[in-house]
Design a binder for this molecule. Structure first.
Ligand code: FAD
Ligand code: NAD
Length: 405
């Protein structure tokens, strides 16, 4: 009998969760499942800001894909997807090609630079393990160099973060804790270091609960972070950035700009010929692409409207994993030929953002506000829960966060 071929692209939150759910639902004889990912490891994208600041070693944020998949049921291919050809049921990889009966696109996000001059060339982004390692090493290198040059260069100690959304804020929280350690290590007066965050909106964390925004602002400012709100980052050069606020331009000299001001779907989606809306596939309620019935899209590559707010759901790991549950259910239902197809319905578990070790803000259980230690504890529970959903208690014990105090 010809087994249907399922190909899953990407082993992030969406793709790996779909895979581990599918391997539980389908028997060896039901389908041929192939998972493709650039690396032989999965990384927790939601921890990358900690790796970038150097407060958590990057090996803590990643684990081998083969340790969580059933290799008797899933064929794992480490390769890079270069093209998706949905009209031919085919995917092109750097080192080969694959045909499928069903495809799951879960290739995640890329930084959105909105055509701002110089950003692509000169700014760093927090998008994967190696980008995060580069940021950590670049900051440390500049601190190390500062006292070893005849002419002291302030731009080595100015660190700019573009964007005060959740990524920017979480990174600032870690960085504000890391800088005093670096200063001690490299004999630098902490007063010389500037951490500057540029945010275009009139407030940090636009749209989030104002009381918690105030809490985050106070927590970060108390640790030395300078905020420039209502200020657009307009240009990034090797020597600094240009911002514009109230029609006035200002140059800030820096060798370190971290761009954390937004994400878009993996650009392979836009190039694939799948019908898309600004680079994302506006999926049907069952998570299939409207133009191709045998293609599912989950995670940051998918777009689903929140009917209450009339805005798309934000790209989050929480949503990617919930979509993966539905995708795995629907795929196994289609293959087994029995049961009902499910529609995606978001179950909001809340939002908690870290402000560095021991501090955080969040809204849980609908409208309960939490902050400080309680929120920091909750954030670790959420991080560990994501590990549990993919690799069970074994993975939590291996990679989980237990350093609460
Ligand atoms: P990803 O998890 O990014 O996975 C994509 C996978 O595809 C990766 O393994 C990648 O290597 C692989 N891949 C990419 N391109 C190719 C290719 N061409 N070929 C082969 N493989 C490829 N969300 C939350 O809900 N809570 C949080 O606390 C939170 N914190 C965050 C903190 C940071 C610093 C960042 C950057 C994001 C955070 N998010 C958070 C958002 C969350 O990380 C994303 O929404 C989530 O990772 C999306 O899951 P995904 O499966 O679509 O993509
Ligand atoms: P975002 O789009 O949420 O925030 C980007 C910020 O950059 C916005 O505040 C925007 O006003 C600002 N900005 C845009 N252009 C600018 C410019 N030229 N100059 C200055 N500021 C500019 O992006 P993000 O923070 O990367 O988050 C991406 C997704 O990941 C979101 O869905 C977010 O909810 C999710 N996330 C969640 C968590 C969490 O739940 N703890 C943590 C990190 C990220």
């Amino acid at each position: 009998m010809n087994k249907p071929k399922i190909v899953i692209l990407g082993a992030g939150y969406g793709g790996l969760t779909t895979t581990v759910k599918l391997q539980k639902r389908l028997g060896v004889n039901d389908a041929h499942i192939t998972l493709v990912n650039k690396n032989d490891y999965h990384y927790e994208s939601t921890w990358l800001h900690e790796n970038a600041a150097g407060t958590l070693h990057h090996d803590r944020s990643r684990f081998r894909i083969k340790d969580v998949i059933d290799t008797g049921k899933v064929n794992f291919i480490q390769d890079t997807v270069t093209e998706i050809k949905p009209d031919d049921n085919k995917v092109i990889l750097e080192n080969g090609e694959l045909y499928y009966d069903y495809l799951v696109v879960a290739l995640g996000f890329e930084a959105a630079t909105f055509g701002i001059p110089g950003l692509l060339e000169n700014a760093f982004t927090i998008g994967n393990i190696n980008q995060s390692r580069l940021i950590r090493q670049h900051i440390e290198y500049n601190f190390a160099l500062y006292n070893n040059e005849q002419e002291k260069k302030q731009e080595r100690l100015n660190i700019v973060v573009g964007g005060a959304g959740f990524t920017g804020i979480e990174f600032l929280g870690e960085l504000a804790n890391r800088v005093p350690e670096l200063c001690k290590e490299y004999d630098i007066d902490p007063k010389l270091v500037r951490i500057i965050c540029v945010e275009a909106a009139p407030t940090i964390l636009p749209g989030f609960d104002p009381q918690l925004v105030e809490y985050a602002l106070n927590s970060l400012e108390a640790r030395g972070v300078e905020f420039k709100v209502g200020a657009m980052l307009k240009e990034c050069t090797p020597e600094g950035i240009v911002i514009e606020k109230d029609g006035e331009k200002e140059e800030i000299p820096t060798l370190t700009t971290i761009w954390a001001a937004g994400v878009r779907a993996n650009s392979l989606v836009e190039k694939s010929g799948l019908e898309h809306n600004r680079g994302k596939v506006e999926v049907k309620p069952d998570l299939r692409a409207p133009s191709h019935d045998n293609v599912f899209v989950v995670g940051d590559c998918a777009l689903i409207w929140n009917k209450e707010t009339e805005r798309p759901y934000p790209p989050t790991a929480q949503i990617a994993m919930q979509e993966a549950d539905v995708c795995a259910h629907n795929l196994s239902t289609l293959i087994s030929g029995g049961g009902e197809i499910h529609e995606f319905a978001f179950n909001n578990m809340g939002t908690v953002a870290s402000l560095g070790h021991g501090d955080a803000i969040g809204v849980i259980l609908g409208d309960k506000k939490i902050f400080g230690w309680t929120a920091a504890f909750m954030k670790k529970v959420i991080d560990n829960r994501a590990l549990y959903k993919i690799g069970g208690i074994g993975l939590v014990l291996k990679k989980g966060k237990f350093d609460i105090f």
